[in-house]
Design a protein around this ligand. Structure first.
Ligand code: PRX
Length: 630
């Protein structure tokens, strides 16, 4: 695939991609192996909405991730696995070995009944088997639904039920830092509420004592024993589903975004190659978990499609000490590091002694993703990690977009700290005002929308196309609405300012306030709750919960601890509110709507001007809330 290497090339690629998008994307798609080429490049409308890329084409993403590179460079390393504990051995898996493991696992899954179109839940730690399981599903045409291994049993069950998974793949247990996570136990509990599961495949990762339920549970190593390492990739139509990935929105339960085969493949490969200016033979280290979209699109698919070596790290940046990321960079000679601002900010607090004896000379490009990166963190990353010689690509995108939309192209785009800079070729962003009018010109701010389809975009919310339409295509006509606010400066550069809805970004984890409220309300003493976000130095944003209880609480600390535990059980530990305040009432309008604006101000400790409170049913509630605020 041709790589954009100069500013002039970027400009002409961008012009072509908007003037003749079909020609542009057909040329990119020509670089892949197809069992049959497309009849039409693009058919679309944003009203139904319906978006079809490369209709008529037949391919399998794993053929392009694995077979292709196995033919040309079988011994090249596909995955480097770095365990949680640095004293245990890391693993290097060649492209040929990965292909063989995937094929074996395809045969094993076939044996237990997995068929094309089946939904398969993957609930695994950051181990090579997570990649093998995802690729095996893709190879046989089963639809993977990876659930981040920090989610609770209730969340696993919800996701299985929503997408009707008939299989789940998990492990006995794993360690995140010093903390043991007993995955199989969590799955056992989830499966009491998830009747569609026929089999649970268990990978023996830590040889922990677990209970295997006869008939239902099978060991990974037993079902793969004696399986052939040949398996023909299933011919997949361009718009056949590839995976479902759940993400939070402002209302309701998490949505299962559905991504399809050909467009996703073309888009993730193209953006990986260009944004990171990837060069043959380089080592790419994406610190995101495979349970999130960044892990899907760049740690796995984008990297493998380009024949890259991708580092998969099981642990956390602070274990066994705060130099772990840098040790990994030096040990595996990482060239491209892709991480989140929250990790940068948390490491920043330990001072530059965390760089003692670390070389970091292999680094060439740095990436940032998941939340706005503040200028200070940007400079720290640039100076101390990149030694002032690495470009930082601040990549803006979403689970829904499948791949990066607005970002510098490393070595090409002039950088500006804290700016995602410019749209990639094929991406047509617009800023709109509240009534949906496009805001022209520069030095303006508005809600960020995209007005033309790109190949990697999600096609629907699994099982609920109307929700997909409502959430993304109904706010403004003929536009995809991102939910983000954005500023365009004098140079036409984009700076994402954060969500404009009730989605909160805590340490890069996307959390819907409604979901947390529903969880809190499950506590027997809670009548009602309201959750808002407030700025947090390390996490970016943190959660502040206001709760009304059924009776006067004598031991508030106990209640707060219990409420936090309920959230951990219903969603996962990462969603626990930082602050919980018991309040006598919530600021509601006469029509019963909670005025979150007021709660946000309280949480932000910005109470000098609370705005108009006269429309409240009971304005005195505000004084009581202020009096007890944290
Ligand atoms: O608010 C934006 C923020 O993360 C949201 C998407 O979250 P998720 O679907 O979990 O995907 C995260 C990884 C792609 C966006 O709506 N966001 C993501 N990247 C950036 C960002 N905000 C500012 N700058 C970014 N680079």
């Amino acid at each position: 695939m041709q790589q954009i290497k100069t500013w002039e090339e970027y400009k002409s690629a961008y012009l072509l991609s908007t003037a003749e998008p079909e020609k542009f994307w057909a040329a990119v798609a020509d670089n892949f192996e197809w069992q049959k080429k497309w009849d039409s490049v693009l058919q679309w409308n944003f009203t139904e909405p319906s978006v079809k890329w490369f209709e008529g084409a037949v391919s399998n993403i794993t053929q392009n991730c694995l077979d292709r590179h196995t033919e040309t460079s079988p011994d090249a390393i596909s995955i480097i696995w770095e365990p949680n504990n640095p004293n245990e051995a890391s693993q290097k898996i060649s492209y040929r070995e990965l292909l063989h493991s995937v094929n074996q696992f395809c045969n094993a899954l076939s044996k237990i009944g997995v068929r094309k179109g089946d939904r398969v839940c993957i609930y695994l730690p950051m181990i090579p088997e997570a990649a093998i399981a995802m690729l095996a599903c893709a190879r046989m045409g089963a639809v993977h639904s990876v659930v981040f291994a920090g989610f609770s049993s209730a969340s696993v069950a919800d996701r299985i039920n929503d997408s009707g998974c008939s299989f789940i793949i998990t492990a006995d247990a794993f360690y995140r830092g010093e903390k043991k996570v007993e995955l199989k136990k969590i799955v056992d509990e989830a499966l009491t509420q998830a009747p569609t599961i026929k089999h649970c495949v268990v990978f023996n990762h830590r040889s922990e004592q677990i209970t295997m339920q006869p008939q239902r549970d099978v060991w990974w190593h037993e079902i793969t024993k004696n399986c052939s390492n040949n398996f023909l990739p299933e011919p997949m139509n361009a718009e056949d589903p590839l995976f479902i990935l759940y993400t939070s929105g402002s209302t309701g339960k998490p949505k299962g975004l559905l991504h399809t085969t050909a467009g996703y493949m073309v888009y993730t490969a193209f953006t990986f190659l260009n944004v990171f200016n990837y060069q043959n033979g380089e080592v790419f280290f994406c610190t995101a978990d495979v349970g999130w979209v960044t892990g899907h699109s760049y740690l796995l698919y984008g990297a493998l499609l380009n024949g890259a070596t991708t580092v998969m790290f099981e642990g956390i940046p602070t274990y066994p000490d705060h130099g772990r990321f840098w040790d990994i960079v030096d040990k595996h000679q990482v060239n491209i590091l892709y991480t989140a601002p929250t990790a940068i900010r948390s490491l920043e607090t330990y001072g530059i002694k965390i760089f003692e004896n670390k070389k970091l000379t292999s680094l060439r490009v740095l990436g940032s993703v998941g939340e706005p990166i503040n200028e200070e963190a940007w400079h720290w990353y640039h100076t101390h990690v990149g030694k002032n010689k690495c470009d930082i690509v601040d990549t803006w995108w979403q689970t829904e977009t499948g791949g990066i939309l607005i970002s510098p192209i490393a070595t090409v785009t002039p950088l500006k700290p804290a700016f995602a800079t410019l749209p990639l070729p094929g991406v047509q962003p617009v800023l709109v005002d509240e009534s949906g009018n496009e805001i022209q010109g520069n030095n303006v701010a508005g809600n960020l929308c995209i007005k033309f389809p790109w190949p990697g975009m999600a096609r629907t919310v699994y099982g609920n196309h109307e929700r997909f339409r409502q959430t993304y295509f109904s706010t403004y006509s003929n536009l995809y609405f991102t939910g983000d606010g954005c500023r365009r400066d004098d140079d036409g550069y984009y700076r994402i300012t954060g969500r404009v809805d009730d989605v909160i970004n805590v340490s890069g984890h996307r959390i819907g306030t409604g979901e947390v409220e529903n969880a809190i309300d499950e506590h027997p003493l809670v009548i009602e709750s309201a959750v808002v976000g407030y700025p947090h130095d390390v996490k970016g944003q943190a959660l502040y919960a206001f709760v009304i209880c059924t009776e006067k609480i004598s031991d508030v600390e106990k209640l707060v601890a219990e409420v936090r535990e309920v959230v951990a059980q219903k969603i996962g530990s990462f969603a626990k509110p930082d602050k919980i305040q018991v309040v006598p009432g919530l600021p509601k309008t006469r029509s019963g709507k909670i005025m979150r604006r007021i709660l946000r101000k309280v949480a932000e400790r910005d109470t000098s001007n609370l705005g108009d409170t006269t429309t409240l049913l009971d304005p005195a509630v505000v004084d009581a809330i202020l009096a007890g605020s944290k």
